[in-house]
Design a protein around this ligand. Structure first.
Ligand code: AMP
Ligand code: MG
Length: 337
């Protein structure tokens, strides 16, 4: 029962066209020189260090390998052996680069990631079976899962339920789909209050101040539909820190060169040799599983970059040529005028 939410996205939302745009390979040392558009990373390496020559040589060897040789090498190193030739190459290059940098004083092993942290968000919202046209979704679960892009680990998470106000009664369908009960939302606070605590949580982690970060979602709806609608309902200005994000479906599709139909959450996991862990449509479990995919992609050498933004209340593609900048520091929600 993969989501109607995602399936029902109008074509122009999921295809906010990034066709042909590449998620870049950070394993290639030649890329490193082209990364002037990156936010100034305090951990950038000194490329004169001999380790970069070693990496370039390893990349040269990998470039000479055919698919069977690449797969055999991946197997030998206990890496995932799935994917097209290009993916296998990037995976191996990324692996060698991390290994070599880990044993070198030249740089942090993941010095060339775009953001220090990636914050995965997957809202759950009120719904009905076959959501009638114009159905007003209210956010009922606000989860976040924080990925440290340097250690490639989930380092923290946040979860709060939210009391819906316009339609306080959950449909039977919604309870069954999300596992969120009437009691859970009755005892929860309103979106405005929960958003404030979400902001405090982000501020405690010094995101947007000491560290660069961005949000990541599974599809365009979390920010483009749920958050946008909820802010209107709660008479709050749309938070500037959530204006741009990484839509992992697009990144996945571009990086692994798969069809759109292969970018549903369970499908993305399975194609990477993983199983869904937890309860589907629990926002926190969904977020954790999305984070697992993101980590796998970073390990494979995919530079996850911001690829969507909110423009006049609609999700739009961010062109690959746009300067890369982290989200601004989160601020307390402001009332709409
Ligand atoms: P997801 O992130 O896939 O769990 O979905 C987020 C939200 O989209 C859910 O909380 C529902 O509000 C809505 N949704 C997902 N799947 C369905 C479905 N099959 N039918 C109706 N609404 C859905
Ligand atoms: Mg979900």
């Amino acid at each position: 029962m993969e989501t109607q939410k995602k399936n029902s996205q109008p074509a122009n939302k999921t295809s906010t066209s990034e066709e042909g745009e590449e998620e870049q390979c950070r394993a290639d040392t030649s890329c490193a020189k082209n990364e002037k558009q990156e936010p100034s990373s305090p951990k950038q390496g000194d490329f004169s260090d001999p380790v970069y020559k070693e990496i370039a040589m390893a990349n040269g060897t990998i470039n000479q390998m055919n698919r069977d040789e690449l797969r055999a090498k991946c197997a030998e190193l206990k890496l995932d052996t799935r994917g097209i030739k290009d993916v296998l190459k990037k995976r191996l290059k990324s692996y060698y680069k991390r290994q070599k940098l880990m044993h070198s004083s030249a740089a942090n092993a993941n010095s060339d990631v775009y953001f220090d942290y990636i914050c995965v968000v997957d809202y759950e919202a009120t719904c009905e079976e076959n959501n009638p046209p114009g159905f007003l979704h209210e956010i009922i679960e606000f989860p976040m899962v924080l990925i440290d892009t340097h250690t490639l680990e989930i380092v923290d998470s946040f979860q709060e339920y939210v009391k819906p106000v316009v339609n306080p009664q959950l449909s039977e369908f919604c309870v069954k789909l999300t596992g969120i009960t009437q009691k859970m939302v009755d005892e929860a606070q309103t979106f405005h209050q929960v958003l404030k605590r979400a902001v405090s949580w982000l501020q405690e982690k010094e995101l947007g101040t000491k560290y660069t970060y961005t949000f990541l979602t599974d599809g365009s709806w979390d920010m483009g539909k749920f958050l946008h609608t909820q802010c209107k309902l709660s008479c709050i200005r749309y938070p500037p820190f959530a204006r741009k994000w990484i839509n992992i479906r697009k990144s996945y599709r571009n990086f692994y060169k798969v069809a759109r139909a292969q970018t549903k959450l369970i499908c993305m996991l399975e194609n990477l040799g993983m199983q869904y862990d937890g309860r589907p449509h629990c926002g926190l479990d969904d977020s954790r599983n999305i984070a697992r995919i993101a980590i796998h992609m970073l390990k494979d050498g995919c530079q996850l970059r911001v690829n969507e933004c909110l423009h006049s209340g609609e999700p739009r593609s961010v062109p690959v040529s746009a300067p890369i900048e982290g989200a601004p520091a989160p601020q307390n929600p402001k009332k709409r005028n």
